[in-house]
Design a protein around this ligand. Structure first.
Ligand code: XMP
Length: 514
């Protein structure tokens, strides 16, 4: 399949470039700038995109364009730092700009070219350095008030440089610039579709697995469901899926898992009812990290026992997705401090005696969802908001008991169904929520119901907007909607007499409360 290699100079937007190229149905992979040539070239790319980056090309030891790129004679598009690195490598001059350009700017195309159509457009700029003199053979394609060389190109060699960031949504026609580069300038065939992803993945899994047996852990989330379904399509009943019901899922979720796997996927599913097991392990536990550790360890023990009962299959399905792969292959990226220990069924520990099958390894989250749709998984499963591995335990502050879980589940169901009815249970443009849920607080307060005094627990509503879950803002939900939700919760959920709305951003708060 035709592809474009994105060379990563450390831009926070590098993954976005690959995503936008893939949105044009051309496969694109990201490589740190110092990746060995043979690894990049084994992709047989039709062209290269050089990302932006925080360095200055004239700094000592700044990242340089790898030699193999210019030797390949393939088309190159340099974005921001990538443009400056290209300019310098080809004998042009880059200097520090007197006026830093950051944010929106108007760029006008002044020379007909295959990358940026005629006319003016609002774009996103973020740079301090600028081109003083383009390399020989280059002409100016577009300019902005502060950048006489906003876009330059050597049309014969098919080398282009843009000071703007076409990968960010704020750049008008930005996706179109990347599509033109990939399909028209590089001539890559737009063959990357959910259907072709499914076909390729099935072949890859078949080649890897052969006649061996495979085990998968199912959580009810989108990644583990899509991963297991792909493996089922590849190797049929060599796959057995295991669902451990820990009693910490949302309303109706546990029964949906069984139904989906039986009816839609047609996979063999072993359901382990471990609800009372988890409940007794969590008795008297209130510390968030201890809860997480107990749940993680218990899950692993139960899963291991099941694997043994099933004759220890050779392979384990893991739902690793492409951003995980990119992050772990870029050691120079700052590693986030461990704020919470994450537990995830897709992230079983490496010391387990399995060889891993990773059908989602090359997919972005939105591609996982598209593949899920084409595989026929239920829409509400495919578009479900993220849910933490330890489940409702980290939303049930204080001790986790069946009674308190019931209270929380009911309030959560009211909140999310009201949001869904209002069309706000998903992010569209800047509207809606990326994640919304109820949290049960062990905080008792006084209320009055009818003529009686009440002394009951509190529900906090948490709803955030975010693109990446690394930072988040609280969702500005309509007051009337919040009023209806609060009213319903105190009237319908026994044991709750007060509802509060969480208006903290992340940072300093996190999205989950524990
Ligand atoms: P925080 O609370 O750290 O959460 O702002 C960021 C995102 O991660 C989810 N989350 C988890 N996901 N296993 C997971 O798979 C976990 O242990 C876990 N803890 C938090 C959280 O729901 C949010 O989307």
């Amino acid at each position: 399949m035709d592809s474009i290699a994105v060379i990563d100079f450390g831009s926070q937007y590098a993954q976005l470039i690959a995503r936008r190229v893939r949105e044009a149905h051309v496969y694109s992979e990201l490589f740190p700038w110092n990746t060995p040539a043979d690894r990049v070239l084994s992709l047989k790319p039709k062209g290269f995109i050089l990302s932006g980056g925080p360095a200055s090309v004239y700094d000592h030891q700044s990242p340089q364009i790898p030699v193999y790129i210019l030797e390949s004679q393939l088309p190159v598009l340099g974005i921001c730092y990538g443009m400056q690195a290209l300019t310098q490598a080809l004998g042009g001059i880059v200097t520090a700009s007197i006026k830093r350009e950051y944010g929106p700017a108007e760029v006008e195309t002044t020379h007909e070219n295959p990358l940026m159509p005629e006319g003016k457009r609002l774009v996103w700029m973020s740079h301090a350095d600028r081109i003083e003199q383009p390399p020989g053979g280059f002409i100016v394609l577009a300019h902005s008030p502060n950048s006489p060389f906003a876009a330059i190109g050597d049309l014969k060699k098919r080398y282009f440089g843009v000071q703007v960031h076409p990968e960010v949504r704020h750049t008008q026609g930005g996706s179109d610039i990347l599509r033109r580069f990939a399909t028209e300038i590089c001539g890559a065939q737009p063959e990357w579709t959910p259907e072709s992803i499914i076909t390729e993945t099935i072949h890859r899994v078949q080649n890897q697995v052969g006649n061996e047996r495979v085990i998968a852990a199912i959580s009810g989330g989108v990644d583990s469901s899509v991963a297991a379904t792909l493996v089922q399509r590849a190797v049929g009943d060599q796959l057995v899926a295991v669902f451990v019901n820990n009693g910490l899922l949302r309303q109706g979720e546990a029964s949906q898992v069984a139904m989906v796997f039986h009816d839609t996927v047609g996979a063999e599913l072993v359901t382990v009812d471990a609800v009372s097991d988890f409940m007794s392990a969590l008795q008297n536990i209130t510390d968030p990290e201890q809860k997480r550790r107990i749940i993680g360890a218990k899950f692993i023990r139960i899963f291991e026992a099941q694997a043994q009962l099933l004759g220890q299959p050779h392979f384990l399905v893991q739902g690793t997705i492409y951003p995980d792969v990119v992050e772990s292959s870029a050691p120079d990226r700052a590693q986030a401090a461990r704020i919470k220990s994450h537990h995830n069924v897709a992230g079983l520990p490496i010391d387990m005696q399995f060889e891993l099958v990773e059908p989602l390894r090359y997919l972005f989250k939105d591609e996982v969802r598209q593949v899920g749709e084409v595989l026929g998984l239920p829409h509400d499963l495919v578009w479900r908001q993220p849910f933490p591995g330890p489940g409702l335990a980290v939303r049930c502050l204080g001790e986790v008991t069946p009674e308190r879980l019931k209270r929380l589940r009911h309030a959560d169901e009211i909140f999310t169904s009201e949001l869904s009815r209002a069309g706000l249970l998903w992010m569209q443009e800047d509207e809606g929520t990326a994640q919304a849920f109820a949290v049960l607080l062990p905080v008792y307060s006084v209320g009055v119901m009818g003529d009686n005094r009440t002394y009951q627990e509190t529900i906090a509503l948490r709803a955030v907007t975010t693109d990446d879950f690394m930072t988040a803002d609280w969702a500005r939900l309509p007051y009337d909607l919040l009023a209806r939700i609060a009213n319903r919760i105190v009237n319908e959920v026994a044991g709750v007499n007060r509802v509060v709305y969480d208006i903290t951003s992340k940072p300093p708060a996190t999205i989950e409360w524990e």
